[in-house]
Design a protein around this ligand. Structure first.
Ligand code: NDP
Length: 473
């Protein structure tokens, strides 16, 4: 029997079959996790459907209060949850620039409270002698959430709190690589909510596929890779599920020659290496003007040389890559960059095991057609590319199937903003990157997905519009 159990209709549920969960810093098995069958999924969906009428009919203020209560309860368990994150995800407790597990917990709590405070008021389009026309936002039904392994808890909260807040019920499936923190959080959440409102099932990608195809689920919210996002879109067609797809990014940043290199280098480093580079909206391609290219490369290499990678329970800046397939991908991308003749300024080779450790790697003078530039490495490796003409830099930045984020760095804010608005992406930053907050919509264009999360725009994604037209004449 697993020490971790699924929760269906408010009850803890174990399964006959289990799968192991590893600590990526040691490669040791730290837990056995329930492997749900299709029957388990059916029960979870049935429970969510049964709970929907009462949950959606509750006064709005009560639902807001419960989402606040979830934020408070998760905060009360922050130490325990952050420790679990370190063990299963690998990130350090504090980490570089304080962006480790404690940061994820802080974000989790903040997002709960901010989401609780959101409102979707009735909009009056017309009110005269002829008619009153109102636009109402109604919940969709059962929301299926499929989450990845980079921010297991924070993304689970991003998906599910707006779903609950707007009156939907939930079935969540965390990544098989990082299910434990979400399972524990689901227990805490279920202490607050009525049975069946928040259900959790665990398994591998085939369970995610079964959710996608399930006729009892009305919407899928997914964060993960573009290929899986495409499969989900196909599977969702059966009952025309609503979708929010937050897929990978290969974000470009353009640095103009007027920047203060010493001032921007630490900020660029932090936004590229956040969560060991395993962040959808991290800075992943750095285009630098030739006048400051060598100076910025050197400044980034100096920072990279000063940071420490190691097990997340120690005093380190960065932990391991989260899982073996991802580690192998990072190693292969680095090797291909080296073989292409690029200049490896720091790192470049995996660290001795056990554990999936790869040092921070800064790569200069790299060909645009290498995997490191064309694909998101989703690991601690950053290519720095040179440009002469900013129009050429913009063209190269936009020459990507992805379009999650992008940034321009300059002392001239107006010029930078004008250039940033020409980046083909869902969020464009000036003198920053990867900065998100609960009241600003966040989402991708092109193959980075569609739909947005956060704020009122994000909340609306969990609803459909009902127009109420009252004739008076
Ligand atoms: P996936 O997109 O495959 O996994 C994300 C989630 O989708 C997991 O819960 C996974 O389950 C689930 N899943 C897998 N297959 C299916 C399916 N057919 N139908 C429904 N759900 C499914 O990402 P990977 O873990 O394979 O990572 C690969 C790449 O994805 C990374 O290199 C990175 O580029 C990108 N990525 C992007 C993230 C982001 O934040 N946008 C986050 C993570 C990865 P399970 O893990 O249990 O198989």
């Amino acid at each position: 029997m697993s020490e971790y159990q699924m929760i269906i209709d408010g009850q803890k549920v174990d399964t006959d079959a289990h799968f192991p969960v590893l600590n990526p810093a040691t490669e040791e098995v730290i837990a056995q996790c329930p492997r749900a069958t299709e029957q388990d999924l059916n029960r979870a969906v049935d429970a969510a459907r049964a709970a929907f009428p009462a949950w959606s009919a509750r006064p709005d203020a009560e639902r807001a209060e419960m989402v606040h209560a979830i934020g408070a309860a998760l905060e009360a368990h922050a130490g325990e949850l952050a420790g679990l994150l370190v063990r299963e995800q690998g990130k350090p407790l504090g980490g570089f620039a304080g962006l480790g597990a404690q940061f994820e917990l802080g974000g989790t709590v903040a997002w709960c409270h901010a989401t609780a405070d959101l409102e979707l008021p009735v909009e009056v389009i017309q009110d005269n002698d002829e008619a009153r026309i109102e636009v109402h936002r109604k919940p969709l039904g059962v929301v299926g959430s499929i989450t990845p392994w980079n921010y297991p808890l924070l993304i689970a909260i991003w998906h599910t709190m707006p779903a609950l807040r707007s009156g939907n019920t939930v079935v969540i499936k965390p990544s098989e690589f990082t299910p434990l923190t979400t399972l524990r959080a689901a227990e805490i959440i279920n202490d607050i909510l009525p049975p069946g409102v928040f259900n959790i099932v665990t398994g591998d990608g085939s369970l995610g596929a079964a959710m996608t195809n399930h006729p009892g689920i009305n919407k899928i919210v997914f964060t993960g890779s573009t290929p899986t996002g495409k499969k989900i879109m196909q599977g969702a067609s059966g009952n025309l599920k609503r979708l929010t797809l937050e897929l990978g990014g290969n974000d470009a940043a353009i640095v103009l020659p007027d920047v203060d290199v010493a001032a921007v280098a630490p900020k660029i480093f932090a936004t590229a290496l956040i969560n060991n580079g395993q962040t959808c909206a991290a800075l992943k391609r750095l285009y630098v003007h030739e006048d400051i290219y060598d100076e910025l490369c050197q400044a980034l290499a100096d920072i990279a040389g000063s940071v420490k990678t190691g097990p997340g329970d120690g005093e380190v800046d960065f932990g391991p890559v989260q899982n073996k397939p991802q580690f192998d991908k990072v190693c292969a991308i680095a090797e291909e960059a080296r073989a292409s003749g690029a200049r490896i300024l720091t790192g470049g080779q995996p660290l001795p095991g056990p554990g999936y450790f790869f040092p921070v790697t800064i790569v200069a003078d790299i060909d645009e057609n290498t995997r490191l530039v064309r694909e998101e490495p989703f690991g601690p490796i950053l290519p720095v590319l040179k440009y002469t003409d900013v129009e050429d830099a913009l063209r190269r930045a936009n020459d990507s199937p992805n379009g999650l984020g992008g940034s321009v760095w300059s002392g001239d804010l107006d010029r930078a903003a004008a250039l940033a608005s020409r980046l083909e992406c869902g969020t464009a930053w000036v003198n920053n990157h990867a900065m998100i907050q609960p009241d600003a919509p966040f989402g991708g264009v092109k193959e980075s997905g569609f739909g947005v999360e956060f704020g009122r725009y994000g909340l609306e994604e969990y609803t459909s519009i009902q127009t109420l037209q009252i004739s008076k004449a």
